[in-house]
Write a protein that binds this ligand. Sequence first.
Ligand SMILES: Cc1cc2nc3c(=O)[nH]c(=O)nc-3n(C[C@H](O)[C@H](O)[C@H](O)COP(=O)(O)OP(=O)(O)OC[C@H]3O[C@@H](n4cnc5c(N)ncnc54)[C@H](O)[C@@H]3O)c2cc1C
Length: 475
Amino acid sequence: MAMTNDDFLDELKALLGDSGVLRHPNDIARYVSDWAGDTLGTPLAVARPANTEQVAEVVKRCYEHDIAMTPQGGHSGLVAGALPDANDQELVISLERLNSVRALDPVNFTITVDAGCILENVKQAAFEHDCDFPLSLGAQGSCQIGGNIATNAGGLNVLRYGMMRELVLGLEVVLPDGRLWDGLNALHKDNRGYDLQQLFLGSEGTLGIVTGAVLKLAPRPTQSRTALLGLPSVQAVIDLYGLARRDCCDLLTAFELIPRRCIELAMEATPELRDPMDSAYPWYVLMEVAATGPVDLGSMLEQLLENGMERELVLDGALASSDTQSAQLWQFRESMLEGQRRRGEHLRTDISVPISAISDFVARASDEVMAASPECEIIAYGHVGDGNLHFNILPPASMADSDKKAHLHELENRLFDVLDDFHGSISAEHGIGRTKQAPYLAGLSPVERELVSGIKALFDPKGLMNLGRILPARE
Ligand SMILES: Cc1cc2nc3c(=O)[nH]c(=O)nc-3n(C[C@H](O)[C@H](O)[C@H](O)COP(=O)(O)OP(=O)(O)OC[C@H]3O[C@@H](n4cnc5c(N)ncnc54)[C@H](O)[C@@H]3O)c2cc1C
């Protein structure tokens, strides 16, 4: 006789204990929606294994009984990949109890962690040993290392340290049939054959569940300087970036493009924030330089600003002279996200183009979108050093709620058409998940499609692991 779901969950409870399997609607509420407040359905249950062996055992039983699985980290992902689907049949496997730092080697500059460690805690652990784990993003207080690996997260410091892909040396993964792959190497160089590990970076939980990782550390910077600058145009921002890369001895850690509208949204979301300069400017740059050695960062930044002003790239600037002032400047970057979220339904994008094409792209894409929807509002900001833009669109304020989704979808298609002309990417860092699947598939050549489907089939022949993310549920 086939096993019922109740029997299956009783088996899991025997394995994980009562608090290791959640079913009551009150208990599972926080696992079914993400940062943006999106929800698709309820899971069969939420399993909360406490260690790698338990993850492997849960997955093995799901494989035996054909139960679909959704690995879940801090559910801060922005493409609905960690949300259980609408069929109420997926078992959410939360990594939140795998949250220990296993080891830190300050000489090898590595830290070995459980995949459920929250990014902020890993950064803190590194600081305590005078090291830095340099991945930094707005969700670092809630996202987990496993989620960062699964999404190949980027963030604010990619231009200096690279994306998650460049920060991982070793991985431990439970494969979709419950077998454990132990690839926890701490080697900075290793050229043995195919690089299996890299396949999991950006795989969005479709190839297995990451349970542990060896991460690369950097020395902890002993000094940093932050500046918020006002500029006349996006082209001035790009020109200043070129200047900064050279004038700042490659010590640039962040270079963020921010439009005036985002400064206003930040002040709306955090009323304590004051306009940073006497006048308003159409574009701002929030930049940071950091170093470990005896470098005069203050003079370096002042010199850059002088050069920028002489060339009429920089119109005004606020330089932070203390950590508190620096945190205040960064608060604009964080609060503008909350300000946008409060505006309700809007189009969020995460695209990339070559850095040299950013200005032309913003101009062309803005023309295209405004021609189709003159009353919408464009909010384009991003990580300039990575050519990564969040070209977001707020629908016309007067539009009925019921019309917004379709309207924004139409604008997204127009935006992606322009992006195609620039040979850009529809996903620079958030991934494909469910929400970007259609344009992703449309952009694959037949060869790419065959290879991608073949990889999925090799790792997950029964199609149980995060089905319907990246690739469709049924091929
Ligand atoms: C305010 C805000 C700012 C953000 N800024 C950035 C940014 O600058 N750069 C950036 O790249 N992203 C950013 N993000 C997106 C998000 O934080 C990242 O994608 C993050 O890496 C997701 O981690 P998570 O633990 O929350 O994963 P989740 O949202 O829980 O999951 C994301 C995906 O990974 C899978 N997954 C999770 N854990 C595992 C695991 N252990 N093994 C296998 N698969 C797993 C899930 O199934 C899902 O498909 C931001 C999000 C917010 C809300």
